[in-house]
Design a protein around this ligand. Structure first.
Ligand code: HEC
Length: 451
């Protein structure tokens, strides 16, 4: 009898220990590992289905991020609420309709879109190596001191996650239908495609007072997976709505959290920062500073712009172009997103190919009086690629980065598959013969897509 009791208590102790370890913890040794010798197509499936390969420390009892991949069963809707509003006549109503649409399905499930199978939203594939473990967020540009508020004395990290609606997911599913062979040829999203991105900051209300009462998320942002509490600061939206002939085909809008705004929930306390549909390519320093000209292809909420003007950054985007508080004050939503493209090949970090790519895709201008550089960066591209001879990816940097990560992985792990995994031509950089050599000069400070 005594032996039996001992046996039962031992078994239950064992079960308690075993069950308290979360699946991710058990897999912690090597999440989503691809065993040596795995055939290429199997390996590509393991990679795309993986939610996160980053570490997690002390988060054993916390709920983890689960990726929800796009699927061919996701269908576009017939009608969208913003279609009833003229974006140029009533930009503030239009951008509000965009925000409400993105929040409606996702707020109640706390943005855990995998909880609701009928929810038509999805995550962009191939971010598993950069998504943190708890919320699937990826690192954004960090906020330099005083960029968010005069009291913000130190640089602060920002992290974000984006969600696509069913129209966009359906198109993404076509790209990734075969995880071992993404098809980007002639890529373009259909009208009605939409993305929403929620951005969280490490800054606290004591350094950025307007963050008081904001939504808080824990995220494993440390290099060793340490968990920190972040606060909702900015919400970006983008929609494919080709109402302006010859334009980008997209509207980009942004919101920021403001503790002083009336509202019962953090999402109700978001204020619109603006809406943009073009880059104002001819707006120069002289026109802006000496002639008092400002943007024509954006609506910017003056009440928000005024709050940032006394800070060293003055503007959210260059010369009043639209950008959010987290973004680089020398760029704009559309300038940066216009650089979404597929080179048809890997551009590995530190390679000569990467330096070539950086020259072809200049970042935000360092000298804002250089009108030629400005003209190049703030060009209105329409549906062309920002680099001739490459496949444009329709202003989607999540698609561009996902494809790029896939290509870098193929080149590193299955080099014989490189030419068999692209349906667009491989871009020829002038330095190609030396591409494999390690970098001999220090890493350039401007990164591709530097925000
Ligand atoms: C200097 C570059 C840069 C600027 C400026 C920028 N973004 Fe982005 N954005 C990115 C990158 C890179 C990604 C994708 C990768 C990621 O999320 O880590 C992205 C992703 C997004 C997404 C998710 C869908 C997609 O297209 O990839 C949305 C929506 C978005 N941004 C909206 C905006 C809005 C609105 C603005 C202006 C207020 C803006 N962005 C300004 C670089 C930029």
């Amino acid at each position: 009898m005594a032996n039996r009791a001992l046996f039962i208590s031992l078994v239950s102790m064992f079960l308690a220990v075993f069950l308290s370890a979360s699946p991710a913890q058990l897999a912690d040794s090597q999440p989503c590992a691809v065993p040596e010798g795995t055939p290429f197509s199997k390996a590509a499936s393991i990679k795309i289905e993986c939610s996160s390969t980053r570490p997690l420390q002390g988060g054993a009892k916390k709920r983890e991020f689960v990726v929800k991949l796009p699927s061919l069963s996701q269908q576009p809707q017939q009608k969208y609420p913003w279609q009833a509003i003229d974006p140029l006549k009533d930009p503030s109503a239009y951008v509000k309709a965009l925000l409400d649409y993105g929040i409606k399905d996702n707020q109640n499930i706390d943005w855990r879109i995998e909880d609701d199978p009928s929810n038509g939203w999805c995550h962009a594939p191939w971010f598993q190596d950069v998504r943190e473990r708890l919320r699937g967020m990826t690192a954004e540009r960090h906020s330099r001191s005083n960029e968010l508020h005069a009291l913000q004395g130190e640089g602060r990290q920002n992290w974000a996650i984006g969600f696509y609606n069913s129209a966009a997911c359906r198109r993404l599913a076509e790209v990734w239908q075969d995880p071992a062979f993404p098809k980007t040829k002639s890529f373009a999203f259909p009208d009605g495609s939409y993305a929403i991105k929620v951005l969280f900051t490490q800054a606290t209300p004591s350094e950025v007072p307007y963050l008081a009462g904001s939504l808080e998320w824990d995220a494993a942002i440390g290099d060793a997976g340490e968990v920190a509490t972040l606060r909702l600061l900015q919400v970006d939206v983008a929609v494919k709505d080709s109402r302006i002939p010859g334009g980008a085909g997209w509207f980009f809008g942004t919101f920021m959290y403001d503790a002083g705004t009336p509202g019962n929930t953090p999402f109700e306390r978001l204020v619109p920062v603006g809406l943009t549909w073009g880059n104002d390519p001819t707006l120069t320093a002289f026109q802006y500073e000496q002639q008092g000209k400002t943007v024509a292809e954006a609506w910017v909420n003056a009440a928000v712009a005024e709050k940032f003007f006394p800070l060293p950054r003055h503007n959210l985007g260059l010369f009043g172009r639209l950008n959010g508080p987290v973004d680089n004050p020398r760029s704009s939503c559309i300038a940066c997103h216009g650089q979404a493209l597929d080179w048809g090949r890997a551009v590995p970090k530190g390679s000569l190919a990467e330096r070539n790519a950086q020259m072809l895709l200049p970042g935000p201008p360092s000298n804002t009086s250089d009108d030629e550089a400005l003209g190049r960066y703030f060009m209105n591209l329409g549906t062309s690629s920002s680099v001739q001879g490459t496949q444009p990816l329709d202003y989607s940097l999540q698609v561009a980065k996902g494809i790029e990560k896939f290509r870098v992985w193929v080149r590193a792990k299955y080099p014989s598959m490189v030419n068999l995994t692209t349906d667009v031509p491989k871009f020829a950089f002038p330095t190609d013969p030396f591409e494999a050599q390690p970098a001999t000069t220090p890493e350039p400070s401007v990164k591709i897509f530097a925000r």
